[in-house]
Design a protein around this ligand. Structure first.
Ligand SMILES: [Mg+2]
Length: 385
């Protein structure tokens, strides 16, 4: 079997009401999908993390990776990862969009490999420790609602009613005092038995993050995510020493090389590699192996289409409890799945069967490859390039 084509699809959907976090506010969602086609007519699909900037990743797939992949054996996924990475190394292009694009290609190759071998990706990865993943709701962003606290209260209570046992809210987009009011509102709405996580998206310096963490400590925070700029290892270590709550980060770190110091110095309690950002399934697995060496929990960051969700579900299925114990518990030994609940037609409309929460869990897909079927008409509907 040989690779006959590699295609990148830039997708964009506008949403009726804008929302935001500490770094951005907007009314559109975007994604880059990658399709690798074999000469036997099989297609594997991957997703390249795009955020607000789709064009660089799409360009790298079309201009750099496609020519390097045509005619290659798509089953040799890890060798192909190294071949593509080698294109970047001497030019210093080993961060950001180039790695997001490589992630999309790598995930598509794993999907294709699973389809060719008629096995779900989690079996290719060595087997499932669990057939469903505890999902937490990501939402509770900043909105332009006239009564923002009432809107937060209603949204948070809605997640509990749907069966979520954990929710994550945004902070860092208002003053620490206003964010404390917002977090107190959410905690009151979800009750004591639902986990609450806070995510600053890199909005603070160490002294502000320390003050915010101390203010929020009484709210029983499950983890404090990206309190600091992504590269600030010493800031993370300082904060870890000062706060009792777990620190999480890593969604904006690319490849194991960027993760190495954070893991070796134990700067995170929880590392959150995003398979669509950090180098695909291949690199996520290497990062997870490193993390286990230093006892760091792995909870994947997920933000995107059903391709990103399915990829993360297979990866979670194959992650062992850390550390092993008799009753592995979500958020303590068991990995948990980030399930974005913000408005996004690219998450809800691209798969023939959208992912649905059942009893607080998402099921790991059982079909070959990633185990999802994409709606090609919907892809064309949202395609901008
Ligand atoms: Mg985050």
């Amino acid at each position: 079997m040989r690779i006959a084509d590699v295609r990148a699809y830039a997708l964009r959907a506008t949403i009726p009401r804008p929302f935001g976090q500490s770094q951005a506010f907007g009314n559109a969602r975007s994604a880059v999908l990658v399709e690798v086609v074999s000469d036997e007519g099989l297609s594997g699909w991957g997703e390249a993390g795009a955020g607000r900037h789709q064009e660089p990743a799409r360009h790298f797939v079309d201009g750099f990776y496609r020519p390097a992949l045509l005619g290659e054996d798509p089953l040799e996924v890890e060798r192909l990862w190294e071949k593509l990475f080698a294109i970047l190394v001497t030019s210093g292009l080993t961060r950001g969009s180039t790695i997001q694009a490589l992630s999309g290609v790598d995930i598509a190759l794993w999907d294709l490999r699973g389809k060719a071998l008629d096995l779900p990706v989690y079996k290719l990865l060595g087997g499932a420790f669990r057939q469903r993943a505890t999902a937490y709701a990501t939402g509770l962003y900043y909105t332009d609602d006239a009564d923002h606290l009432a809107a937060l209260r209603e949204e948070a209570a809605g997640y509990v009613a749907q069966g979520f046992r954990a929710v994550k809210m945004k902070i860092g987009g208002a003053s620490p005092r206003e964010d404390l009011r917002r977090a107190e509102t959410v905690r009151a709405a979800i009750g004591a038995d639902t986990h609450l996580m806070i995510d600053a998206n890199q909005a603070y310096n160490a002294f502000t993050a320390r003050a915010v963490g101390r203010d929020m400590a009484s709210l029983d925070v499950g983890w404090f995510e990206e309190p600091l700029p992504a590269d600030d290892i010493d800031g993370y270590l300082e904060l870890k020493a000062a706060l009792s709550m777990a620190l999480a980060g890593g969604e904006a770190l690319y490849t194991r090389f960027a993760m190495r110091e954070f893991l070796a110095r134990h700067a995170f309690d929880i590392v959150q590699p995003d398979a669509c950002n950090t180098g695909g399934i291949t690199e996520f697995r290497r990062i997870a192996a490193l993390a286990s060496t230093w006892g760091v929990q792995v909870n994947p960051h997920v933000w995107g289409t059903p391709v990103a969700l399915a990829t993360s579900l297979h990866l979670i299925a194959a992650l062992p409890p850390t550390p092993p114990c008799r009753v592995p518990t979500p958020l303590y030994q068991e990995p948990v799945l980030e399930f974005d609940q913000t408005p996004n037609p690219l998450r809800t409309d691209l798969a023939v069967e959208p992912f649905r929460l059942r009893d607080g869990y998402l099921d790991v897909p059982q079909g070959p490859g990633l185990g999802i079927e994409l709606d090609h008409k919907a892809i064309e509907r949202f395609r901008v390039a």
